[in-house]
Design a protein around this ligand. Structure first.
Ligand SMILES: Nc1nc2c(c(=O)[nH]1)N[C@H]1C(S)=C(S)[C@@H](COP(=O)(O)O)O[C@H]1N2
Ligand SMILES: [Mo]
Length: 249
């Protein structure tokens, strides 16, 4: 095994605001529509002023809602699934992107089919899940997105980033990573999967597109995506600096 160097953006925790200004790539990096590169991996949160939730490090994902038997997924359950290493790009709806982050964890589709279906028995009519985080943030995922089978499209539940356990800023102990959707679907501090038959309401209103597919620039449920690129982009450096400050307090 050759030791791999850490992604420079992940290593750059002492970033300046310039490092988190989304820029056009210099070389021939292909980015989705409206996205630009940053040179750090900032912590982002729905509420920038709130520190990350303190967790005891124990993995416990409650599966509930439209299921016959609510159940809890723990580390032992995950260990029965195949571990997956995946390099993927990350795209925040506010237009900042990183390419080539290395994650390790499990496939949400495999967890669903091998553990959740037999043990919790979701309603066969279920079409949606809501992933919840220990800080109260939540995101809806259509099962077509959540259970995509193609490795490039797969949603992962990960416990490491760049070969190290997730730290609290990036979602310890466990988070979703959905590379094909805007970052707000990649729920950190994952503690629940609610199963729903009908489309659930959003926790953050029309700011959350139900599908949020990056390739289609589904940034917002109501406003045209192109209109939002600049207003979103302009607040990225200040947001990144404030979320870092609130995490260190
Ligand atoms: N639990 C939780 N997960 C969350 C958020 C949050 O506020 N709480 N913010 C989302 C947003 S908007 C983005 S862009 C990514 C950022 O992930 P990062 O903090 O690791 O950069 O996390 C997403 N997952
Ligand atoms: Mo985001």
């Amino acid at each position: 095994m050759t030791p791999q160097t850490k992604h420079p953006a992940v290593a750059n925790t002492d970033f300046s605001w310039r490092d988190v200004w989304p820029r056009r790539p210099d070389g021939d990096v292909a980015l989705p529509p409206g996205q630009r590169l940053v040179r750090a991996f900032p912590r982002f949160a729905d509420n920038s002023l709130t520190p990350p939730p303190s967790t005891d490090g124990q993995i416990a994902v409650r599966v509930l809602g439209a299921v016959a038997r609510p159940t809890t997924i723990d580390a032992d359950a995950l260990a029965t699934l195949a571990r997956i290493d995946r390099t993927a790009d990350f795209h925040c709806v506010t237009t900042w992107s990183l390419v080539g982050l290395r994650w390790s964890g499990w496939s949400l589709a495999e967890l669903w089919h091998q553990i959740i279906v037999p043990t919790a028995e979701p309603d066969p009519k279920a079409r949606w899940i809501v992933a919840t985080g220990a800080d109260g943030f939540r995101a809806r995922l259509h099962l077509d997105d959540a259970l995509a089978a193609d490795p490039g499209d797969q949603v992962l539940i990960v416990d490491t980033l760049e070969g190290e356990p997730l730290d609290t800023t990036h979602g310890a102990p466990l988070r979703l990573v959905s590379p094909r959707q805007y970052g707000y679907k990649s729920i950190k501090h994952l503690d629940g999967i609610e199963v729903h038959v009908d489309e659930p309401p959003s926790a953050i209103g029309p700011k959350e597109h139900p599908r949020a597919r990056v390739a289609r620039e589904e940034r917002h449920a109501r406003y045209p995506a192109q209109l939002l690129r600049w207003p979103y982009r302009l607040v990225v450096p200040a947001t990144a600096v404030v979320t870092r400050w609130s995490a260190r307090r």
